[in-house]
Design a protein around this ligand. Structure first.
Ligand code: PLP
Length: 482
């Protein structure tokens, strides 16, 4: 019997996928029913050789991926994976350690310790801050906001770990109207419901108005968490930290920053001025799996008040041996058994160094600007937001009618048709009441050639729509009216 070697088999599939990624179509057209047909069915009674399982998995799914690891995927904010980070992530699975504590996974634990320090340096965060490697920015928010809740309640003489929330001091949250929904959800997990959030007005880029925040502070004197944004989801804009954080500090508020992708721009000299003052905050949440190009399952929390962070997360049991010289991740994260996710981050930083990450940021921002500018010059295109970082918004105007509703519909149609070409993949959203196409560039693989292909695809879709709307065509195609 042939020796089954699913790892070599998977490596061969992976290498083939990586080679084809630049030429394969962006975006899949395979739907839910088709996939269920291929993958579903009854629970198997008996098993298969591991190699065959891998082959079947690849065969059944290879045309059903959007290619979000590739360079022509501009939807949402996903990011790819640097080659060594992907490889290190495989090894983390093969080694299969539980990175909860040093005693259980010594190497993984030290790797996290090193990575945390490196990242504070790269993002220019205070050296005294503690950190946690989480599953994503969602859980990084949870970790940071749990620390905030602990600290603010302790200041009021309330120990939330012991006393819980019934009868606890009321905490208010001030945050911009465009904040990411993961902030609200983290607060919800912490028993701070949506009624405790006061939404602050923002400008056309999604930046909080300084006066509006000042007014909200004046209204009542409650312990307050201010949640600010480093990289607004649609526009990539930053709140004005240098003005907002000192203001929040005069009211003794805890300032938390959602920097899921934007904090990574702190590695670039060119973009650093945009986030001036960010280092004054109390906690920061970001991702390894977006702009740092580490595979998914990589979030990062940083907390200035390490004691509050530790009190919010740590745990003691008889069966886990605490290590007094090393760092036990279980004391800093909301997880127990956990993936050794430090290896992939370590590899990405070793592969690129500070210089490589700075170049990645500069390059992505340049590509985003070029893409938006080139498309913006085409007839009937409205640049809703020109990138100041790596995100931009485009709107497509219906050549037949000058009407907001028609432009909304036309914009969605253009996105759909561009995605059908397989040349590039984009997503849509509603910004300030109007439908727009989002352009997000966060992948190390995206090249000038990829940008040209995306622009070309959009141009052809617009051209054929304009052709179809020419009066003589309209007349010949029109259905006769009765
Ligand atoms: C993606 C994103 C999040 C959520 O991060 P996950 O890593 O998906 O949990 C939060 N805020 C912003 C601005 C994001 O882009």
């Amino acid at each position: 019997m042939k020796q089954s070697d699913p790892l070599s088999n998977a490596a061969a599939h992976a290498a083939a996928f990586s080679r084809e990624l630049d030429s394969m179509r962006a975006g899949t057209q395979v739907g839910h029913a088709e996939l269920l047909g291929r993958l579903g069915g009854e629970l198997p009674e008996s098993g298969l050789y591991p190699e065959r399982v891998v082959d079947e998995l690849v065969a059944a799914t290879s045309d059903a991926r959007h290619g979000s690891a590739g360079g022509r995927f501009f939807a949402w904010v996903i990011g790819g994976g640097f080659p060594s980070a992907v490889a290190a992530d495989w090894l983390a699975s093969v080694w299969d350690e539980n990175a909860a504590h040093f005693a259980g996974a010594p190497a993984a634990s030290v790797i996290e310790e090193v990575v945390g320090e490196w990242l504070k340096d790269l993002f220019r965060l205070p050296a005294e801050a503690s950190f946690a490697l989480t599953s994503g920015c969602q859980m990084a928010h949870f970790t940071c906001l749990a620390s905030a809740r602990e600290a603010l309640m302790r200041r009021c003489g309330w120990d939330v770990n012991r006393q819980g929330l019934a009868g606890a001091p009321v905490i208010r949250i001030l945050s911009g109207v465009d904040r990411h929904a993961s902030v609200d959800r983290a607060l919800r997990f912490l028993g701070l419901g949506s009624d405790s959030i006061v939404t602050v007005e923002a400008d056309d880029q999604g930046r909080i108005h300084v006066d509006a925040l000042a007014n909200d502070f004046e209204r009542t004197k409650l312990p307050t968490i201010v949640v600010l944004s480093a990289g607004e989801l649609n526009t990539g804009s930053f709140d004005r930290f240098d003005q907002l954080i000192p203001l929040a500090k005069t009211h003794r508020a805890w300032v938390h920053i959602d920097g899921a992708f934007g904090i990574v721009s702190r590695s670039s000299e060119q973009f650093l001025p945009l986030s001036d003052g960010l280092e004054l905050a109390d906690s920061w949440a970001t991702d390894g799996h977006k702009w740092l190009n580490v595979p998914l399952d990589s979030g990062l929390a940083f907390v200035r008040d390490r004691d509050a962070h530790r009190r919010a997360m740590s745990v003691e049991t008889d069966y886990l041996e605490p290590c007094h010289s090393a760092r036990d991740a279980i004391d800093w994260t909301p997880e127990w058994s956990r993936r050794a996710r430090g290896y992939a981050l370590y590899a990405a930083i070793r592969e690129q160094g500070r210089g490589g990450i700075e170049k990645l940021v500069d390059r992505c921002c340049q590509h985003a600007a070029n893409l938006v500018d080139h498309v913006g010059r085409l007839p009937g295109v409205d640049v809703a937001v020109r990138p100041t970082l790596n995100q931009g918004l485009l709107r497509f105007l219906d050549p037949r009618v000058d009407d907001q509703g028609a432009h909304d519909e036309f914009t969605d149609q253009v996105i759909h048709r561009v995605n059908q070409t397989g040349e590039a993949f984009f997503g849509g959203t509603t910004w300030r009441g109007k439908r727009v196409m989002r352009v997000s560039v966060v992948n190390w693989r995206t090249s000038e050639q990829d940008v040209r292909r995306a622009v070309g695809a959009i141009e052809r879709v617009l051209h054929s729509a304009a052709e179809a709307s020419r009066p003589e065509r309209l007349v010949s195609q029109a259905t006769p009216t009765r």
